[in-house]
Design a protein around this ligand. Structure first.
Ligand SMILES: [Zn+2]
Ligand SMILES: [Zn+2]
Length: 279
Protein backbone atom coordinates (compact mmCIF):
# COMPACT_ATOMS: atom_id res chain seq x y z
CA UNK A 1 0.00 0.00 0.00
CA UNK A 2 1.23 3.47 -0.88
CA UNK A 3 0.31 6.17 1.62
CA UNK A 4 -0.07 9.29 -0.43
CA UNK A 5 -3.24 11.07 0.65
CA UNK A 6 -4.91 11.24 4.06
CA UNK A 7 -8.42 10.10 4.85
CA UNK A 8 -10.58 9.29 7.85
CA UNK A 9 -12.67 6.17 8.33
CA UNK A 10 -15.96 5.65 10.12
CA UNK A 11 -18.00 2.46 10.25
CA UNK A 12 -21.73 2.77 10.68
CA UNK A 13 -24.61 0.40 10.13
CA UNK A 14 -22.68 -1.94 7.84
CA UNK A 15 -21.12 0.81 5.75
CA UNK A 16 -17.57 2.13 5.94
CA UNK A 17 -17.28 5.81 5.15
CA UNK A 18 -13.79 6.77 4.04
CA UNK A 19 -12.95 10.29 3.06
CA UNK A 20 -11.38 13.65 3.46
CA UNK A 21 -12.91 17.04 2.83
CA UNK A 22 -11.73 20.56 3.56
CA UNK A 23 -12.95 23.53 1.54
CA UNK A 24 -10.55 24.69 -1.17
CA UNK A 25 -8.13 21.87 -0.27
CA UNK A 26 -9.65 18.62 -1.50
CA UNK A 27 -12.73 16.44 -1.15
CA UNK A 28 -13.00 12.72 -1.81
CA UNK A 29 -15.14 9.98 -0.31
CA UNK A 30 -15.57 6.27 -0.76
CA UNK A 31 -17.88 3.56 0.57
CA UNK A 32 -16.24 0.20 -0.25
CA UNK A 33 -19.36 -1.87 0.52
CA UNK A 34 -21.32 0.10 -2.08
CA UNK A 35 -18.38 -0.02 -4.53
CA UNK A 36 -18.64 3.70 -5.24
CA UNK A 37 -17.16 7.04 -4.33
CA UNK A 38 -17.90 10.74 -4.46
CA UNK A 39 -15.66 13.48 -5.81
CA UNK A 40 -12.05 13.25 -6.94
CA UNK A 41 -10.31 16.25 -5.39
CA UNK A 42 -7.43 13.90 -4.64
CA UNK A 43 -7.17 10.15 -4.78
CA UNK A 44 -5.59 7.86 -2.19
CA UNK A 45 -3.76 5.02 -3.88
CA UNK A 46 -5.93 2.39 -2.22
CA UNK A 47 -9.17 3.96 -3.51
CA UNK A 48 -8.11 2.87 -6.99
CA UNK A 49 -10.01 -0.41 -6.92
CA UNK A 50 -13.33 1.44 -6.77
CA UNK A 51 -14.50 1.88 -10.35
CA UNK A 52 -17.65 4.02 -10.03
CA UNK A 53 -17.51 7.67 -9.02
CA UNK A 54 -20.02 10.47 -8.67
CA UNK A 55 -18.86 14.07 -9.00
CA UNK A 56 -20.86 16.83 -7.34
CA UNK A 57 -19.33 19.68 -9.37
CA UNK A 58 -16.11 20.74 -11.01
CA UNK A 59 -14.47 23.10 -8.56
CA UNK A 60 -10.86 21.96 -8.58
CA UNK A 61 -10.88 20.70 -5.01
CA UNK A 62 -13.49 18.16 -6.13
CA UNK A 63 -12.15 17.10 -9.52
CA UNK A 64 -8.41 17.73 -9.82
CA UNK A 65 -7.39 14.06 -9.40
CA UNK A 66 -9.66 12.74 -12.15
CA UNK A 67 -6.92 12.37 -14.81
CA UNK A 68 -4.52 10.84 -12.28
CA UNK A 69 -7.10 8.31 -11.18
CA UNK A 70 -7.98 7.32 -14.75
CA UNK A 71 -4.29 6.95 -15.63
CA UNK A 72 -3.60 4.78 -12.57
CA UNK A 73 -6.46 2.44 -13.46
CA UNK A 74 -5.06 2.05 -16.96
CA UNK A 75 -1.53 1.54 -15.70
CA UNK A 76 -2.74 -1.19 -13.31
CA UNK A 77 -4.70 -2.82 -16.16
CA UNK A 78 -8.05 -2.29 -14.44
CA UNK A 79 -11.30 -1.68 -16.32
CA UNK A 80 -11.92 1.91 -17.42
CA UNK A 81 -13.87 3.60 -14.59
CA UNK A 82 -17.34 5.11 -14.88
CA UNK A 83 -17.58 8.69 -13.66
CA UNK A 84 -20.93 10.48 -13.34
CA UNK A 85 -20.96 14.28 -13.32
CA UNK A 86 -23.27 17.25 -13.97
CA UNK A 87 -23.97 17.30 -17.69
CA UNK A 88 -22.50 20.80 -18.01
CA UNK A 89 -19.12 19.41 -16.93
CA UNK A 90 -18.66 16.59 -19.42
CA UNK A 91 -17.32 18.58 -22.35
CA UNK A 92 -14.74 20.42 -20.27
CA UNK A 93 -13.58 17.23 -18.54
CA UNK A 94 -13.15 15.56 -21.95
CA UNK A 95 -10.98 18.46 -23.10
CA UNK A 96 -8.86 18.24 -19.96
CA UNK A 97 -8.38 14.50 -20.51
CA UNK A 98 -7.45 15.04 -24.15
CA UNK A 99 -4.89 17.65 -23.17
CA UNK A 100 -3.38 15.45 -20.44
CA UNK A 101 -3.40 12.48 -22.75
CA UNK A 102 -1.22 14.47 -25.18
CA UNK A 103 1.10 15.77 -22.47
CA UNK A 104 1.45 12.35 -20.86
CA UNK A 105 1.54 10.44 -24.17
CA UNK A 106 -0.85 7.93 -22.63
CA UNK A 107 -4.44 6.96 -23.14
CA UNK A 108 -6.98 7.90 -20.46
CA UNK A 109 -9.83 5.44 -20.95
CA UNK A 110 -13.00 6.08 -18.93
CA UNK A 111 -16.76 6.39 -19.27
CA UNK A 112 -17.97 9.91 -18.52
CA UNK A 113 -21.71 9.97 -17.83
CA UNK A 114 -23.74 13.17 -17.72
CA UNK A 115 -26.42 13.47 -15.02
CA UNK A 116 -29.18 15.95 -14.25
CA UNK A 117 -31.36 16.29 -11.17
CA UNK A 118 -34.07 13.64 -11.20
CA UNK A 119 -31.95 10.99 -12.94
CA UNK A 120 -32.01 7.46 -11.62
CA UNK A 121 -28.95 5.25 -12.04
CA UNK A 122 -29.40 1.52 -11.60
CA UNK A 123 -26.06 0.24 -10.34
CA UNK A 124 -27.16 -3.28 -9.50
CA UNK A 125 -30.20 -5.25 -8.47
CA UNK A 126 -29.80 -3.95 -4.94
CA UNK A 127 -28.57 -0.41 -5.53
CA UNK A 128 -30.02 2.68 -7.16
CA UNK A 129 -28.56 6.17 -7.12
CA UNK A 130 -30.77 9.21 -7.63
CA UNK A 131 -29.47 12.64 -8.55
CA UNK A 132 -30.67 15.72 -6.68
CA UNK A 133 -30.37 19.38 -7.58
CA UNK A 134 -28.15 21.44 -5.29
CA UNK A 135 -27.38 25.15 -5.13
CA UNK A 136 -23.77 26.25 -5.60
CA UNK A 137 -21.86 28.83 -7.64
CA UNK A 138 -21.42 26.50 -10.61
CA UNK A 139 -23.60 23.63 -11.89
CA UNK A 140 -23.76 21.07 -9.10
CA UNK A 141 -25.68 18.00 -7.99
CA UNK A 142 -25.93 15.70 -4.99
CA UNK A 143 -26.65 11.99 -4.81
CA UNK A 144 -28.78 9.57 -2.81
CA UNK A 145 -27.87 5.88 -2.68
CA UNK A 146 -30.90 3.63 -2.21
CA UNK A 147 -30.95 -0.02 -1.29
CA UNK A 148 -33.85 -1.82 -2.89
CA UNK A 149 -35.36 -5.20 -2.29
CA UNK A 150 -38.44 -7.03 -3.44
CA UNK A 151 -41.19 -7.62 -0.93
CA UNK A 152 -44.16 -9.91 -1.49
CA UNK A 153 -47.32 -7.84 -1.87
CA UNK A 154 -49.45 -8.07 1.27
CA UNK A 155 -52.38 -9.71 -0.53
CA UNK A 156 -50.12 -12.69 -1.40
CA UNK A 157 -48.44 -13.15 1.94
CA UNK A 158 -50.70 -15.98 3.14
CA UNK A 159 -50.32 -18.06 -0.02
CA UNK A 160 -48.07 -21.10 -0.40
CA UNK A 161 -44.93 -21.03 -2.50
CA UNK A 162 -46.65 -23.05 -5.18
CA UNK A 163 -49.62 -20.68 -5.39
CA UNK A 164 -47.27 -17.71 -5.63
CA UNK A 165 -45.31 -19.43 -8.38
CA UNK A 166 -48.54 -20.02 -10.35
CA UNK A 167 -49.53 -16.37 -10.04
CA UNK A 168 -46.08 -15.30 -11.10
CA UNK A 169 -46.23 -17.64 -14.11
CA UNK A 170 -49.54 -16.09 -15.11
CA UNK A 171 -47.63 -12.86 -15.58
CA UNK A 172 -48.85 -11.10 -12.45
CA UNK A 173 -46.32 -9.06 -10.42
CA UNK A 174 -46.35 -10.61 -6.94
CA UNK A 175 -43.86 -8.33 -5.25
CA UNK A 176 -43.22 -4.64 -4.94
CA UNK A 177 -39.98 -2.77 -4.54
CA UNK A 178 -39.02 -1.35 -1.16
CA UNK A 179 -36.35 1.34 -1.25
CA UNK A 180 -34.29 2.52 1.72
CA UNK A 181 -32.19 5.70 1.39
CA UNK A 182 -28.91 4.49 2.89
CA UNK A 183 -26.74 7.49 2.11
CA UNK A 184 -27.07 11.09 0.97
CA UNK A 185 -24.14 13.07 -0.41
CA UNK A 186 -24.75 16.79 -0.74
CA UNK A 187 -21.47 18.02 -2.21
CA UNK A 188 -21.13 21.82 -2.06
CA UNK A 189 -24.41 23.67 -1.67
CA UNK A 190 -26.37 26.28 0.20
CA UNK A 191 -29.02 24.92 2.60
CA UNK A 192 -31.36 24.91 -0.36
CA UNK A 193 -29.74 21.65 -1.47
CA UNK A 194 -31.20 20.06 1.68
CA UNK A 195 -34.51 21.94 1.79
CA UNK A 196 -35.39 21.27 -1.85
CA UNK A 197 -34.70 17.55 -1.40
CA UNK A 198 -36.43 16.43 1.81
CA UNK A 199 -35.08 12.91 1.33
CA UNK A 200 -31.73 14.31 2.45
CA UNK A 201 -33.18 14.70 5.95
CA UNK A 202 -34.19 11.04 5.90
CA UNK A 203 -31.18 9.15 4.58
CA UNK A 204 -29.64 6.83 7.18
CA UNK A 205 -26.30 8.53 6.67
CA UNK A 206 -26.06 12.12 5.47
CA UNK A 207 -22.78 13.62 4.32
CA UNK A 208 -23.35 17.35 4.25
CA UNK A 209 -21.05 20.26 3.77
CA UNK A 210 -20.59 22.70 6.64
CA UNK A 211 -18.04 25.19 5.42
CA UNK A 212 -18.40 28.03 7.96
CA UNK A 213 -19.00 27.85 11.70
CA UNK A 214 -17.85 31.16 13.19
CA UNK A 215 -20.36 33.83 14.27
CA UNK A 216 -18.00 36.29 12.54
CA UNK A 217 -19.02 34.82 9.22
CA UNK A 218 -22.53 36.00 8.48
CA UNK A 219 -24.86 33.20 7.32
CA UNK A 220 -26.39 35.35 4.59
CA UNK A 221 -22.97 36.07 3.14
CA UNK A 222 -22.07 32.36 3.28
CA UNK A 223 -25.26 31.49 1.42
CA UNK A 224 -24.20 33.89 -1.34
CA UNK A 225 -20.89 32.05 -1.54
CA UNK A 226 -22.85 28.85 -2.15
CA UNK A 227 -22.16 27.20 1.18
CA UNK A 228 -23.69 26.23 4.53
CA UNK A 229 -23.09 28.00 7.83
CA UNK A 230 -23.51 26.41 11.25
CA UNK A 231 -26.50 28.71 11.88
CA UNK A 232 -28.29 27.08 8.92
CA UNK A 233 -27.89 23.67 10.57
CA UNK A 234 -29.08 24.98 13.93
CA UNK A 235 -32.20 26.51 12.32
CA UNK A 236 -33.03 23.10 10.83
CA UNK A 237 -32.12 20.93 13.78
CA UNK A 238 -35.63 19.48 14.11
CA UNK A 239 -35.65 18.36 10.50
CA UNK A 240 -32.74 15.93 10.57
CA UNK A 241 -34.10 12.40 10.89
CA UNK A 242 -30.79 10.85 9.80
CA UNK A 243 -29.11 8.29 12.05
CA UNK A 244 -25.69 9.75 11.31
CA UNK A 245 -24.93 13.26 10.05
CA UNK A 246 -21.39 13.81 8.85
CA UNK A 247 -20.47 17.49 8.58
CA UNK A 248 -17.49 18.08 6.32
CA UNK A 249 -15.82 20.54 3.94
CA UNK A 250 -14.88 22.89 6.78
CA UNK A 251 -13.02 26.02 5.85
CA UNK A 252 -9.27 25.96 6.36
CA UNK A 253 -9.64 29.29 8.12
CA UNK A 254 -10.51 27.27 11.21
CA UNK A 255 -8.40 24.95 13.30
CA UNK A 256 -10.11 21.69 14.16
CA UNK A 257 -10.41 22.65 17.82
CA UNK A 258 -12.06 25.94 16.89
CA UNK A 259 -14.63 24.10 14.79
CA UNK A 260 -15.40 21.73 17.66
CA UNK A 261 -15.80 24.63 20.06
CA UNK A 262 -18.19 26.59 17.83
CA UNK A 263 -20.28 23.55 16.98
CA UNK A 264 -20.53 22.26 20.56
CA UNK A 265 -21.56 25.71 21.72
CA UNK A 266 -24.34 25.95 19.13
CA UNK A 267 -25.42 22.30 19.39
CA UNK A 268 -24.40 21.05 22.84
CA UNK A 269 -25.97 17.62 22.35
CA UNK A 270 -24.48 17.30 18.83
CA UNK A 271 -27.97 16.51 17.47
CA UNK A 272 -28.43 13.76 20.08
CA UNK A 273 -24.97 12.46 19.33
CA UNK A 274 -25.73 11.91 15.65
CA UNK A 275 -23.58 14.77 14.38
CA UNK A 276 -20.04 13.80 13.49
CA UNK A 277 -17.52 16.44 12.50
CA UNK A 278 -15.16 15.23 9.77
CA UNK A 279 -11.94 16.88 10.88
ZN1 LIG B 1 -15.63 22.54 -2.31
ZN1 LIG C 1 -17.42 24.18 -4.73
Amino acid sequence: MVENTPYHTLEFNGLTIEGYSRAAVQSYWRVPELKLGFDLGAHPWDFMGTGTWFLSHTHLDHVAALPVYVARRRMMKMDPPTIYMPEEAVEGVKQVLTAFSRLDRGRLPCHLKPVVAGDEIHLSRELVVTVIGTDHRIPSVGYVVWERRKKLKSEYQKLTGEQIRDIRLSGEEVSREIRTPRLGYLGDSTPRGLDNNPVMYETEILITELTFVSPDHRPERIRKLGHIHLDHIVERRERFQNKLIIAAHLSTRYHSRQVERFVKKALPDMLEGRLHLWL
